[in-house]
Ligand binder design. Sequence first.
Ligand code: IVH
Length: 686
Amino acid sequence: MDKKEAKRRIDELRTEINGHNRRYYVENAPVISDFEYDMLMQELSSLEKKYPEFASADSPTVKVGSDLEPGNGGTGVKAGGAVRKEFAQRRHRYPMLSLGNTYDMGEVDAFFGRVREIEPVFTMSAELKFDGTAICLTYKKGELSMALTRGDGIEGDDVTDNVRRIRSIPVRLKHSDVPVPEEFEIRGEIYMPYEAFDRLNEEREIDGEQPFANPRNAASGSLKLLDPEEVGRRGLECTLYHLIGENLAFKTHIEALEAARSWGLPVSEHIRLCRAMEEVDGYIREWDVRRKFLPFATDGIVIKVNELDIQRRLGYTAKSPRWATAFKFKAERALTKLLSIDYQVGRTGAVTPVANLEPVQLSGTVVKRASLHNADQMEQLDIHIGDYVYVEKGGEIIPKITGVELAKRTSGILPPAFPEYCPSCGARLVRVEGEAKYFCPNSDGCPPQIKAGILHFISRKAMNINAGEATVEQLYDAGFIKDSADLYTLDAGRLLTLDGWKERSVEKFLASIGASRSVPFRRVLFAIGIRYVGETTAKAIAAHFKSMDAIVAATREELMDVDEVGETIADSIISYFSDIRHLEFLLKLKNAGLAMETFPDESGKVSDVLGGASIVVTGNFSIPREEMKKKIEAYGGKNASSVSGRTAYLLAGEKCGPEKMKKAEKLGIRVIGENDFYEMIGENKI
Ligand code: IVH
């Protein structure tokens, strides 16, 4: 391909991809599969690499800093849960910019100097920089009307339904001495306090899901969930720090935030009015220590010019306001000696080097171990056993080694050799092209991988067998179970020979194993742990093929006929079933009485008469509300939790929620009663 030809193809690809982005994100009606989309992106990106002269900041390959992620990040894996397809994208009324930031007090001084050039007399608001995910709330007539994420700063995801579930965000504002403006926007941060974060990660571990690396990721991941009720359970909090609107009566930023607080909006108590640079300095010093006692993560201090007229005169650069800056705290570090390195095999077989350190105090805890991530990182750090190393605790839970103090290196010490063989089972480790980690390929014979597989099998969303890590460890080490299917061969007599087991606990455990025999096929399919086949994918595959036999017999193409299945998943399924040991394992499960097919009534689907209509139920009916929701699904409808423009019907029972009724009326959504509903589905009311 010559240059001219390349340019033509680049332009063509950009137009085509932009069109797909629009159809996918804005119109919610994609016309190509994710795989095809990824291929187009890949072609464009490799052409752009080959012909850098045609690079463009507008290219779909370089849209940076956006939470509007295209597709599934090009992995072909669709089971991640938080697929953003479902959120409508809306334009921000005022672009959502970022802040200039620095780690250097000298630069804070320079910021002051620049403001002083415009106006010598001004005050400042010093605030904590909350480490979460940005949100923009719109209130109209005192009611929350929209919540958008930052997105790419121009357009954000409409996460209103999710935000309504966050306790600290009022849906309706309180009256106070200060009148509530007819319409305004208020921006802030949604964050997850440490306690909720720890709880969530514990649950995820039990359920065999990857824990979040830090509270910030947990907050942004949770905000993009497709199930508002689950969002509500995640314990998210919000703090608001920027009020914007037309013709507002406030003179200063702090005055505006105080008014917002008086209307019931969550505004930090730690905002401080500062009249001089020294006061800002004092605030920074004070909070560098105090923040360690806060129940949530902060990563710095934000300093804003307080007078709104001076803010207006200072204006904005293309990226950030000239009236504000952020001073970021350096992650805390400690220097300590590296004693040795362990190599841990994780549930996927990935081998992670973990450093054993001479115990050292860091952010209030004693650190003895730190992650070294992978072989590349060890090489980059040029780490030697016996070196003095810097340990940091960023937002992450596990401290990491960020550097070596070469001045303290003694002679004769050696760099560690990354093992060639699995430290647990002895298999030769492999490194997949493009991946930083070494893997133990012996997934069916390597103890930590087997135990992790069993833990996944018994997890709540899979077979829901009531046991934890210690029990699995004990049963495995005693030789009672070599794989998950062996759970079904356990009996009371043998269990009672184990330490700590009593009649009662044995009885409960066996009952829970027994109950798992009636778990539906889709969950059995999820439980067996085929790589990349998560809960949602398993459900879709089960619904499509209806039986394990049909899945085993399916070709790659047939597997990819299922919406949720891309190339990576299809390949993973094919490779799983081509291993005779897996087929033997499935046979054991079948003989143990587990469901190997979808029973006709399992999905409960009766007809499609509701044609995918989105229905919100409110109030009480002649049957429990949950039953009503099941009926909606059985007749091809979808349950939604709150009334929006996408709602087709509000199904209202007795004592129905006045809010929902009002909203439906406002949006012109049809309200139907229980009798209307039965008429629609052609069923008789019981
Ligand atoms: S003011 C026009 N105040 O930090 C920008 N931002 O790194 C107005 N943040 O985009 C932002 N705490 O997401 C502001 N007290 C605070 C903040 C804060 C956290 C976030 C925000 C911002 C980012 C910049």
